[in-house]
Design a protein around this ligand. Structure first.
Ligand code: SF4
Length: 326
């Protein structure tokens, strides 16, 4: 591990100032410390933000929820309001990582986490995300777990977060505080597709601090759930996943929010699936036809062609479970 300095802040303005001077924020440290040990990340200054007052879950005036950036994954998953209003978020959290990691990792850190591409974490491998312009070892390497959607010639890594898939489905917003004040970004714009600059992963500017993730209100009842398909049933990343939320009234689907994980370079919102569902009556045929649209634009690699069919089946199965025709 490379030498670094460490400072602790207790005020958000102080944090922003330290971030602007080049400090890296650290809270739970469940990603960053690993990457520092592997010398993938070599920050000169760590700014410990774990004492900042960003640990609240509060109802918004518009009927949604605002989850503070330093609420841990375990706290968010157990929170009464989150469980009542957005069980989809709780399911995604509880299927993530391990209990120990969920006790340490924060919501803000979770959506900032870096890819689990093994080549990214191997400093001997070519990786445009770690070292721009060096190449992408995964393209011609073992890419079974990599993305089939949103890829570029520069990078094919997936985004590893589960709860980010739920946030994408529910059209959450990310609140940030920076040198120029507060701003809010739609979750769909917060994480960046790799394009030709895979080293840029979020819209966060130097010194900007995530303060909260806000989930909007939806018509009730909102039936929802998260399905994660993986190689083993514990402490494993998704091969595919589906976050589904449906509002059905009078036997007709009025709202449909759907996103997929494990397949995209960012959590993959599925507007074509949503549009196919809205205004229709739940049926087996509807789930299958809608799920077929989940793979529009898929570009599988040499070892992950199976994800195309698996994604269709994952989305179809979760639509059936949430839609109540199973
Ligand atoms: Fe690096 Fe992305 Fe290629 Fe993985 S897929 S080796 S993260 S450039």
């Amino acid at each position: 591990m490379h030498p670094f300095s460490y400072t602790r802040v207790s005020d958000t303005r102080e944090a922003v100032a330290a971030g602007r001077r080049g400090g890296r924020f650290i809270a739970g440290g469940t990603t960053l410390v690993d990457l520092m040990r592997e010398t993938v990340e070599q920050p000169e200054t760590l700014v410990d933000i774990s004492s900042l007052p960003l640990r609240e879950v509060t109802a918004t005036e518009r009927g949604g929820l605002r989850i503070g950036a330093l609420v841990t994954m375990a706290e968010a998953a157990a929170h009464r309001k989150v469980r009542t209003l957005y069980p989809l978020v709780c399911e995604a959290l509880e299927l993530s990582a391990s209990a120990q990691l969920r006790n340490m990792a924060t919501i803000g850190g979770n959506i900032m986490q870096r890819t689990r591409c093994t080549y990214f974490r191997d400093v001997r491998a070519d990786c445009n995300k770690r070292e721009p312009g060096s190449g992408c070892a995964a393209r011609e390497g073992f890419n079974r777990t990599h993305a089939i959607l949103g890829t570029s010639d520069s990078c094919v890594a997936t985004h590893a977060s589960d709860v980010a898939v739920a946030f994408a489905a529910l059209e959450a917003r990310v609140h940030m505080l920076g040198p120029d004040g507060e701003r809010t970004v739609a979750f769909a714009d917060f994480l960046l597709r790799p394009g030709s600059t895979p080293n840029r992963e979020q819209t966060v500017q130097p010194g900007e601090l995530i303060t909260a993730v806000e989930i909007p209100a939806f018509p009730r009842p909102l039936h929802s759930g998260y399905l994660k398909v993986r190689d083993r049933q514990s402490y494993e990343f998704a091969l595919t996943s589906a976050a589904v939320a449906l509002h059905v009234r009078g036997g007709v689907i009025r709202e449909a929010k759907v996103a997929a994980g494990g397949v995209g370079t960012v959590p993959w919102k599925l507007p074509a699936v949503e549009q196919h569902l809205i205004g229709e009556r739940p049926s087996e045929a509807l789930w299958a036809a809608a799920a077929a649209k989940a793979v529009d634009g898929a570009r599988p690699l040499s070892h992950n062609r199976f994800k195309v069919e698996l994604l269709k089946r994952t989305v179809e199965r979760q639509l059936r479970i949430v839609g109540g025709t199973k």
